[in-house]
Design a protein. Structure first.
Length: 202
């Protein structure tokens, strides 16, 4: 057996205990998954482009939260724990908590809208596909041009297959994204100034 095939066989045998990693890295004693975020400055949590009273969450911070939560199964309720400087005020904590909730609340609303659009597209394709197949059947019954009849038949079948694709693939993906957004939107937001204790809950 050549070296390349040996390596492939080794790769196939490699396993990783994801459940143990999640248990050790994220779960607390209450069975909640904790996403830990260290902020050296509270202002770093907000986009440099946002203005006071209209704050938006920093993209890098949102990407970090998304990347961590991606590995956490939906069955675990979330806590997002921010380690912040001692000088952080209650108002700043409330603002950060609101900004996090707003971002993922908007994502959740977008996914609900996407599901509505997806449903409308499926209904439209079903109606078009059904009409084209009925029309092709009528054309075949009347001995019309065979090419036109076959074209209507293929177009109708294609429309129905597209509807099935939207249902099986796109709709399922949207539902997964919706649940991921909902998991974070429902997260408990906590703050602490040292690894030992929380000092506020939003």
């Amino acid at each position: 057996m050549n070296p390349f095939r040996n390596r492939i066989e080794q790769y196939r045998k490699i396993k990783y205990d994801k459940s143990a990693h999640i248990q050790q890295q994220y779960l607390d004693n209450a069975g909640k998954a904790v996403v830990r975020v260290h902020l050296t400055r509270i202002s770093s949590a907000f986009s440099d482009y946002s203005v006071p009273h209209f704050e938006e969450l920093d993209t890098a911070l949102a990407d970090y939260i998304d990347a961590v939560v991606y590995h956490i199964p939906l069955k675990y309720p979330l806590t997002i724990l921010f380690y912040v400087p001692q000088s952080t005020t209650k108002e700043q904590k409330l603002l950060l908590g609101k900004t996090v909730k707003d971002l993922y609340g908007l994502r959740l609303a977008d996914k609900n809208l996407d599901l509505t659009i997806n449903l409308s597209k499926m209904a439209g394709l079903f109606a078009i596909g059904t009409w084209l197949l009925i029309f092709s059947y009528l054309l075949a019954s009347s001995n019309s041009n065979q090419f036109f009849t076959d074209f209507m038949n293929i177009a109708g079948t294609f429309a129905l297959w597209e509807m099935v694709d939207l249902f099986l693939l796109e709709r399922r993906a949207i539902k997964v994204d919706k649940l991921n957004a909902a998991q974070i939107a429902a997260a408990e937001i906590r703050f602490c100034t040292d690894p030992g204790a929380d000092d506020a809950i939003v």
